[in-house]
Unconditional design. Structure first.
Length: 565
C-alpha cells in the first residue's frame, strides 16, 4: 500500500503538470493535447482598399449581411503605403492620451496614463500604436454597393472642434471630424472621451448630400501586427507561458471565440459570422481593445490578413436607407484599456472574457472575486493573497486534519512496518497481506495523506491563471523587495523559503520503508520547487503561506499523536 501511495503521489504530480501545460496551450490559442483541432472552414479572400481615392471592392448590402457569402471589404491592401498620414491630433484625459489621424479619422495611438511599463516605470503603457516597429489601429468607414464609393479609413477628414484636453471641471472631451465628400456623401465621426474611463463613445453619422438615396454599411475594425507585446525583462525561457495575443469575437450564437494569427495565416478560420449582438476585440496580456455596438442590429463579423504580419477583425453594421439630403447615425463604442473584469462586464455582455482564464474559469472566476473582495477590505494584494490562503485552509480544515492524522499514524507505524518488511522480504505476497492487516487493525488509510495535494493542485492552477491574468496585480507591491506580485521574485527569497518549507513538510511526513522511495520523497519537492523560482511572486507567496499553515497543522497533530521525531 505504501507503493500505491507513492505511485499515486507521483501520478498526481505528473498529471497536474500535464494539465497545467494543456491549459496554457488552450489559453494561448493552440490546440489542446486531448482533443483534435476543430474542423475549420476556409475564409473567403479579403477585398482591399487600394487608396483613399480608389474604389472599394465591396459586396452588395444584402449579401454582406447574409452570412457566408460575404467578403469583408475593409482592410487596407498590402500595396497601400502604410506610412501615409494626415495631421496627427493628440487629445488627453485624466486616464488616456490618444492620437487621431485625420487620414481616415482613425485612432492610431493610445497611451494609458495610469499604467506603467513593467521594465521602465517612467514610461506609460502604450496599447494602440503606429510606428516603424508596431502597428495597432482602430479604424472605421463606410461601404456601399459595387458601384458606389463612400468615405473609408483612407479618406481625409477635417477636425471641427478645437478642444484637445479634458477640462478640470469637464466630464468628457468631444472631438468631431468630418470627411471630404465622396460621391456627395460625408462621414462625420464624433469621439467622446469620458473622464476616468477607457470606453470612448464614437458617433458615426452619414450625411447624404447626393441626389439619390443610399444604403451604406458601417465597418468598425481593429488592425494589428502579429507581434506579441514584449514580456518582462530577463531571458524569455524564464518568463513562463506567454499569454494569448490575438483576436476575439463574441456573439450570442458562438459566445467567446478566439482567432489567433497563426490560424489566419493558414487560411482556415471558424467562428459565427453573423448575429444581432456581439463585438470584436484584439487581446494581449493585461490589455485589450474592442469595438462595441450593444443595441440589437444585424451585423457580420470578419477576420482577414491585410499584408505580411498584419491582420484585421471587425464588424459590418447596416445604416439602412438614407434618403437624399438626409442623415443617419449609429452609436458605437471603442474600448482601449486594461482588462479590469468588473468594469468590462458593465460595457457589454461577455466582454470580461477577454481576461481569459481558459479551462480553469470555473475555479478562477470565484477565486478572483474572493481575492478582489479581500483586497477591497485590506488594501494590499499581497496581504489579500495571504488572507485568501487562510480562508481556504479554514474551509478545508477538517478534511486536511483527517489527512494529516492518517499521515501521522503512518509515521507512528513506520518502525513496525520496517521490521515486518525485513522479516518477510523474501515473501512479498505475505508481506502485502500483513501490511493490509496492520492498516485494518490500526484504522489507517495509506492514501489518506494524498487529499491535501488533490485539493491544492486545482486551486493552485486556477490561482496561477488569476495572478497571471489580473491587470490589477500588475505592478502591485507587497512588502520590501516585492514591488510587483505579477512577476517573479527578483532576489528569489520567496522561492527559497518555499523550498525550505516544502522540505520541512517532507520531514514531517511518514518515511517510506523503501530506501529508494525515501530518497525520491526528498528529491520530488526539490524538483517541484525549481518551477517556483520562475513563477509570479504572488503565486509563490500563496504556496509559501499554504505550506506554513499546513506545517503548523501537521505539527500539532503529530504532537497530539506522539509521533514527533
Amino acid at each position: 500500500m505504501n507503493d500505491l501511495r507513492r505511485t499515486l503521489l507521483w501520478s498526481v504530480f505528473a498529471v497536474s503538470l500535464l494539465m497545467l501545460w494543456d491549459g496554457w496551450l488552450r489559453h494561448t490559442g493552440q490546440p489542446s493535447l486531448f482533443a483534435p483541432a476543430p474542423v475549420a472552414s476556409v475564409a473567403a479572400p479579403a477585398a482591399s482598399l487600394a487608396s483613399a481615392a480608389s474604389a472599394v471592392d465591396v459586396p452588395q448590402s444584402a449579401q454582406a449581411l447574409g452570412g457566408s457569402a460575404a467578403t469583408p471589404p475593409v482592410a487596407a491592401s498590402a500595396s497601400a503605403p502604410q506610412a501615409a498620414r494626415g495631421e496627427l491630433v493628440t487629445v488627453s484625459t485624466d486616464v488616456v492620451k490618444a492620437t487621431i489621424d485625420t487620414l481616415g479619422a482613425s485612432v492610431v495611438r493610445v497611451e494609458l496614463l495610469k499604467h506603467k511599463d513593467q521594465d521602465d516605470k517612467s514610461r506609460n503603457v502604450v496599447v494602440l500604436d503606429q510606428s516603424a516597429a508596431h502597428t495597432y489601429l482602430a479604424q472605421s468607414g463606410l461601404v456601399g454597393n459595387a458601384s458606389l464609393q463612400l468615405p473609408t479609413h483612407k479618406t481625409p477628414f477635417t477636425v471641427l472642434t478645437p478642444e484637445r484636453e479634458l477640462g478640470a471641471s469637464a466630464q468628457e472631451l468631444v472631438v468631431k471630424l468630418e470627411s471630404v465628400p465622396v460621391n456627395g456623401v460625408k462621414l462625420v465621426k464624433t469621439y467622446v472621451f469620458p473622464r476616468g474611463a477607457y470606453d470612448v463613445k464614437v458617433k458615426q453619422e452619414v450625411v447624404n448630400a447626393s441626389a439619390a438615396a443610399i444604403s451604406p454599411q458601417l465597418y468598425v475594425q481593429l488592425q494589428r501586427d502579429g507581434t506579441p507585446p514584449k514580456g518582462p525583462a530577463g531571458p524569455s525561457f524564464l518568463q513562463g507561458p506567454v499569454a494569448y495575443t490575438g483576436m476575439a469575437i463574441y456573439n450570442d450564437k458562438g459566445k467567446y471565440q478566439k482567432v489567433d494569427f497563426a490560424t489566419i495565416e493558414s487560411g482556415k478560420v471558424e467562428f459565427e459570422k453573423a448575429d444581432n449582438k456581439g463585438w470584436v476585440a484584439m487581446v494581449q496580456h493585461h490589455f485589450a481593445s474592442a469595438w462595441l455596438h450593444t443595441p440589437d442590429l444585424a451585423r457580420e463579423f470578419y477576420t482577414q490578413k491585410v499584408s505580411t504580419n498584419l491582420y484585421a477583425t471587425g464588424m459590418l453594421l447596416p445604416f439602412g436607407e438614407v434618403a437624399a439630403g438626409q442623415s443617419k447615425a449609429l452609436d458605437t463604442v471603442l474600448f482601449v484599456g486594461p482588462q479590469e473584469e468588473d468594469k468590462l462586464k458593465e460595457l457589454a455582455p461577455g466582454l470580461e472574457l477577454v481576461k481569459d482564464y481558459g479551462w480553469t474559469h470555473i475555479l478562477a472566476a470565484p477565486l478572483y472575486w474572493l481575492l478582489n473582495f479581500l483586497h477591497d477590505l485590506i488594501g494590499n494584494w499581497g496581504w489579500a493573497i495571504v488572507a485568501l490562503v487562510v480562508l481556504l485552509k479554514a474551509a478545508f480544515y477538517w478534511l486536511n486534519a483527517s489527512a494529516y492524522r492518517s499521515m501521522a499514524k503512518m509515521k507512528a507505524l513506520n518502525p513496525r512496518i520496517q521490521e515486518m518488511r525485513e522479516r518477510l522480504k523474501d515473501k512479498p505476497q505475505e508481506m502485502q497481506q500483513q501490511m493490509l492487516k496492520i492498516y485494518r487493525e490500526e484504522k489507517v488509510n495509506p492514501i489518506g495523506g494524498c487529499l491535501p495535494i488533490l485539493i491544492q493542485i486545482p486551486v493552485f492552477i486556477a490561482l496561477y491563471s488569476v495572478l497571471s491574468s489580473s491587470v490589477e496585480i500588475r505592478n502591485a507591491p507587497w512588502v520590501g523587495w516585492i514591488t510587483d506580485l505579477s512577476v517573479m521574485d527578483p532576489y528569489y527569497v520567496l522561492p527559497a523559503l518555499m523550498t525550505l518549507s516544502t522540505l520541512l513538510q517532507t520531514w514531517l511526513n511518514p518515511t517510506p520503508p523503501d530506501p529508494i522511495q525515501a530518497k525520491m520523497m526528498w528529491i520530488m519537492p526539490l524538483l517541484f520547487s525549481v518551477m517556483f523560482f520562475f513563477f509570479p511572486a504572488g503565486l509563490v507567496l500563496y504556496w509559501l503561506t499554504n505550506n506554513i499553515l499546513s506545517i503548523a497543522q501537521q505539527w500539532v497533530i503529530n504532537k497530539q499523536l506522539g509521533v514527533m521525531n
